[in-house]
Design a protein around this ligand. Sequence first.
Ligand code: BEZ
Length: 210
Amino acid sequence: MGLRLGDTAPNFQAKTTIGDIDFYEYLGDSWGVLFSHPADYTPVCTTELGRTSQLKDEFAKRGVKVLAVSVDPLDKHLGWINDINETQQTTVDFPIIADDDKNVANLYDMIHPNANETFTVRSLFIIGPDKKVKLIITYPASTGRNFHEVLRVIDSLQLTSKFSVATPADWKNGEDVIVGLGVSTEDAIAKFPKGVKVVKPYLRYTPQPE
Ligand code: BEZ
């Protein structure tokens, strides 16, 4: 059975483009994004790794470490990085795991045999500082991911881990949030001094807490 939300993200040791790593040691107390792509020297993957690199400061601002993985070997990754840097006008410096023995792919159930027997699909895991899986998304090979959406989810996860709130559909950082279901309206008024708007007893908004 594959991983589910709330499960502990499995640790592993791996060869990567920045050297050998122990996953947990690499993450330390940071949040993590571990994402797989089907293969090196392919067009959609080239744009995905380029975009991730271009968003380096956004991930860093949120205290997030990113790691990519595919079942291609290290020398292939290293050659491909030159192409990513050239075509996407960036400098990839996050680790790309060389998972030629499929250890990470199997631990994280990244190969979906009915889609492709050999290659990893586009799996993405957000892992909290407690090493628990907070988000899983899976895209097919033909569809590149939206990494701004990944950042948006990280903003929501980080906010909702600190305050008793949830974020509504299409929420963006800075917009009003929803008072958590476990909080009475009376408690919400005390907890959220910026105000509480009650639309229905179960649908209450408050400005985003600091
Ligand atoms: C791509 O990254 O372009 C790709 C990879 C595998 C299958 C299809 C597309």
